[in-house]
Ligand binder design. Structure first.
Ligand code: ADP
Length: 610
């Protein structure tokens, strides 16, 4: 797998995934995942900490609409106060002046309850400002809170701002004020990260506008509610609010203002009073959902990318895909695990990064497997060619031996003819055994089984002998072999193997050069190393093939052009020999320019006789 290209495409996938996660699409994915988790993992069922006294259809019908509500509201407050609720939040904005006669009973009823919280509203029209309860009522209120909840950009309400400011008036949310009053009215202190209420800490950072993620009640056990009209008919119903907070507000299906969709809505919006009661429930339960910090989320996304990258780098084929899928599964599990710890992880980041990196890794994996298959096919093809060549080469001496031995056994030949045939058989069988010996040597050398008979070998002499043996072959192609003599090039090594290495390099130079070119061979010594170089002006090789020519059976693409046969074993053996001597072989080549092979071997150090 080509390293840098793989890393680059993974880095690009990571950046693209992060850019997507930070776009509006990513935000929408985060909302979907959040709603899904909220619905899949609802809070455990328990009795609500508050009760909603609903101004419902029945109430409005019985008492003649919203405008005539002040008097029944006053009666309800009186009834409720008998049951000692922790706090009473009136989620109806009492901002209209009306007549003092109309207001008096309600003001008096409010005055009888020390824990009343009244609502203020921020009018929607621009610059309209706060709509506050009128003075006769506000005077009796323990607190005035804002009853405002704003939906997220997708129209769903998931959070409220615990503090809202306008025109230099900053109000705490009604749910928070009710919670404060219900807990004995400690002052609210602020730190950059928290709001503090006595000993209790509410995580609502200044950076996030003091937002509170709402823990909606388990749908199987919603916040308890009673109709205001029914309460007035049957005051004993008030008993249910003992020791709990009360939220009085309009709750009409298909309703009036301040209705919002929530993750639990399924198309049915939630009334403002229910949302404010939910703020209270969230605060009273004390289990807060908190977004993880952007740095943590980014770190986790990077970790997912790194693990996925490593898996596809380390493994291949199905194993890689399997482990990659496990990493992808972990990326999906991350937001779930975080949610179980009350932390909200941006699911878009882990999912998009997980999928993008998995996709790129799997694509490389697929390409890599394809390349390996191609390589295997080429190897098989090379192997078949080599076997074909070897069997062909063996057949020539075998045929000669067969024919000659048949001649001797069938006919009585004169003695000198018999000797001649005997010599031929001997020569051919030697050639055969040399060939077999060569194949075996490659195996034994690479297995480390061949022992080196070390002595001081004169490289110059090896070259001279090889050049002599190759002269007839070179002459046929009118190739000039230029050997520059050197009198100080001793190698510490095995004469026979080194001779084979030199002969092979020079014979390759002759084989893979066109007619009328020249070859230059020389040896020299530098300190404790002796070098042998063979340079030709032949067909050359593509530089991308230079690492492969030392593999067994590998033949360069230009080999076919030369019309020479070969097994592709020679250079494999040369390399084994050189490495076995503690040396190395280097090659430079350019197509149609020629090649230069250089051997670097340990020099034989002069031994001083005592
Ligand atoms: P063989 O000569 O039997 O094919 P070798 O192992 O000696 O096998 O060489 C492997 C391949 O390297 C050759 O097939 C040839 O393509 C290439 N090669 C070796 N020497 C040279 C050279 N001097 N010039 C061009 N190609 C060469």
């Amino acid at each position: 797998m080509p390293g840098w290209k793989y890393s680059l495409s993974l880095a690009a996938a990571l950046l693209f995934a992060l850019a997507l996660a930070w776009s509006s699409l990513g935000r929408q994915i985060d909302f979907w995942a959040y709603d899904l988790l909220l619905r899949a993992l609802p809070p455990s069922q328990q009795k609500s900490a508050s009760v909603i006294v609903a101004i419902d259809e029945q109430t409005l019908e019985t008492y003649g609409g919203l405008l005539a509500l002040r008097s029944p509201l006053a009666q309800a407050l009186d009834i409720l106060s008998q049951a000692d609720p922790l706090a009473v939040a009136v989620d109806v904005v009492l901002s209209e002046p009306r007549t003092p006669e109309e207001n008096a009973p309600l003001a008096e009823a409010l005055g009888r309850i020390p824990t009343v919280v009244l609502a203020a509203n921020l009018r929607a029209e621009q610059g309209a400002g706060w709509e506050m309860p009128i003075e006769p009522f506000a005077r009796h209120a323990a607190a005035v809170g804002h009853a405002h909840a704003e939906p997220d950009p997708d129209g769903v309400c998931r959070r409220v701002l615990l503090a809202k400011a306008h025109d230099r008036t900053r109000l705490w949310s009604m749910g928070l004020e009710t919670h404060r009053v219900a807990s004995g009215a400690p002052p609210i202190a602020e730190t950059p990260q928290h709001l503090e209420l006595g000993d209790a800490r509410i995580p609502a950072s200044y950076r996030d506008d003091r937002q509170l993620l709402l823990r909606f009640a388990n749908p199987a056990q919603p916040i308890e509610r009673i109709s205001l009209a029914r309460l007035l008919e049957d005051p004993s119903l008030a008993e249910t609010v003992r020791g709990r907070a009360v939220f009085i507000g309009v709750l009409v299906l298909g309703g009036l203002d301040r209705y919002l969709m929530t993750p639990y809505s399924y198309g049915r919006p939630m009334a403002g009073v229910e949302i404010n009661a939910t703020v209270y429930e969230t605060l009273a339960r004390g289990r807060f959902l908190q977004p993880v910090s952007p740095a943590t989320a980014l770190l986790a996304a990077l970790l997912i990318a790194l693990v996925t990258a490593w898996i596809f780098h380390r493994f291949s084929g199905r194993t890689a895909v399997l482990f990659g899928a496990v990493a992808l599964l972990a990326a999906h599990a991350l937001p779930v695990v975080a949610f179980l710890q009350d932390a909200v992880f941006p699911a878009s980041q882990s999912l998009l990064v997980g999928w993008m990196c998995f996709g790129v890794g799997a694509a490389w994996n697929y390409l890599g497997v394809g390349q390996a298959r191609d390589r295997a096919e080429r190897q098989t093809e090379r192997y078949q060619k080599a076997v074909h060549y070897v069997t062909h080469e063996m057949r020539t001496p075998l045929t000669a031996i067969q024919g000659s031995s048949e001649l001797i056994s069938r006919y009585s030949l004169p003695e000198d003819r018999q000797r001649q045939i005997g010599e031929l058989i001997h020569k051919e069988s030697q050639r055969l055994s040399r060939m077999v010996e060569m194949f075996l040597s490659v195996e034994r050398l690479s297995a480390g089984e061949l022992e080196l008979h070390r002595e001081s070998v004169d490289a110059d002499q090896l070259i001279a002998e090889s050049v002599e043996r190759l002269r007839p072959l070179a002459a046929r192609k009118r190739i000039q072999i230029d050997h520059q003599p050197c009198d100080d090039a001793p190698i510490d090594g095995d004469r026979e193997l080194l001779e084979y290495a030199c002969y092979n390099l020079i014979s390759n130079a002759v084989k893979y050069s066109p007619a009328d070119t020249a070859i230059s061979v020389r040896a020299w010594r530098e300190n404790e190393r002796t070098f042998v170089s063979v340079e030709d002006q032949g067909y050359g090789m593509d530089p991308s093939e230079l690492r492969d020519i030392f593999k067994r059976f590998y033949r360069a693409r230009t080999a076919d052009r030369s019309g020479e046969n070969g097994s592709g074993l020679g250079l494999a053996l040369v390399e084994e020999i050189v490495v076995g001597h503690g040396g190395s072989i280097a090659v430079e080549s350019q197509i149609d320019r020629g090649s230069r092979f250089t051997l670097d071997l340990p020099a034989a150090l002069e031994r001083t006789e005592p």
